[in-house]
Design a protein around this ligand. Sequence first.
Ligand code: IMP
Length: 200
Amino acid sequence: MGRPFREPRLVVASHNTGKAVEIAELLAAFPIEVLSAADLDLPEPEETEDTFVGNAELKARAAVAASGLPCLADDSGLSVAALDGAPGLYSARWAGPERDFSLAMKTVQEQLGDNPDRRAHFVSVLSLGWPDGHLETVEGHVWGTLVWPPRGQGGFGYDPMFLPDGHEQTFGELDHAVKQRISHRAVAFRKLIDACFQAD
Ligand code: IMP
């Protein structure tokens, strides 16, 4: 059990629109006013840590410092087993300055070549920060395999090449509500709810 969250407002600190929308939707069930990094024009800190947890906490602290409000930050990425966990922390950077995820997916595919091991997982670390400096940090994963060519127009990032275990459609093809139930972010979010948002 973490610290109960009893604040009326919460800033979703992500600057990635796809992630910010998914997090705001997950929060919609709670009586909290949700503000976005864009609403508050928050600066985007450089991700200088070498773990997902380190970067999520760095982003939560930076957003709290800039807004004076409680903030929820996320760091996430795709980890490919046969590539020793790459792109991992560098998942966004593999898309280049133009944030071109067709290019990022093509790079993953090229690096895999004809390797039969196409196992991969997404990681999401969520860090909830309070203005007094307290942090609650949780982690979620979803496992699957990578397909080529990419399939589907939904989601964002690497979704069209990720086939989650137990499903026949990629995250790019699956109904948005299904992704919202099974994704790494949803798993992490449920842990955060259990830790901080239970009625007491
Ligand atoms: P960061 O957390 O802002 O450093 O970015 C993580 C990157 O991981 C995103 O830009 C996406 O490329 C990728 N990523 C994270 N979550 C997802 C997801 O749910 N679907 C597809 N790609 C994702």
